[in-house]
Design a protein around this ligand. Sequence first.
Ligand code: 13P
Length: 256
Amino acid sequence: MRKTLVAGNWKMNNGPAAAVKLAREVRDGLRAVDLRGQALICPPCVSLPAVREIVAGSPLLLGAQNCAAAASGAHTGEVAAGMLAEAGCSHVIIAHSERRQHQRETDAEFVAKIDAAHAAGLTAIFCFGELLGERRAGQAQTVVRTQLEGVLPHVKRLSPANTVLAYEPVWAIGTGETATPEVAQEMHAFARAALAELAGREAAAAMRLLYGGSVKASNAGDLFAQPDIDGGLVGGASLQAAEFIGIVRAARDARA
Ligand code: 13P
């Protein structure tokens, strides 16, 4: 059975001082949870060293929100995957819709970043998902297929051990509007079938597929009860320790 993963994407919130406080609350709250899956927090880069001290020795994993495609050199403002690994990260989010929109990142960059993450020993969390207009126009599946097809077959060392997928319909991100469990499951089943074609049946069966978009403690149980939803990528609710812990509990209970 696939192990669940609940990842908190803190986005551009919590500098070192606030991050330490929140990470401590999450770590302490998780002590009472008999984790069967994984729990991960992704603070802003500048907060990673401080948060690393807090999560050390606990089951809480540390991740980053982006990495550079290059391994080192003249790339002002960028952070290499190897540096993130050195700073204690096990995971890195790639291709978040906010980066697709605001930084105009492309499929070629995603491939290079995922390869860089793998080369540094990090697990890549590759995000994809359609815009509201695309869903309304009946193009959700075509868009998702194109996003997966444009990246996954080109990754050098794609495997369920080093890659997690995250379906994040853009219309559900930060809007309070969650995909219903049925809609999310339908898209996850579609993505898994596409993955079977692109990466093989075995990889598709073993790779984890997270749902993201207004996940809360109150809706996580119904989402994670779906057969193809293996956890969540959580934005807003990951900024409140009690909410995030509630979501981790829901993931544990879904695969009990
Ligand atoms: P929200 O949970 O705030 O909708 O954000 C989802 C997200 O973008 C996680 O990466």
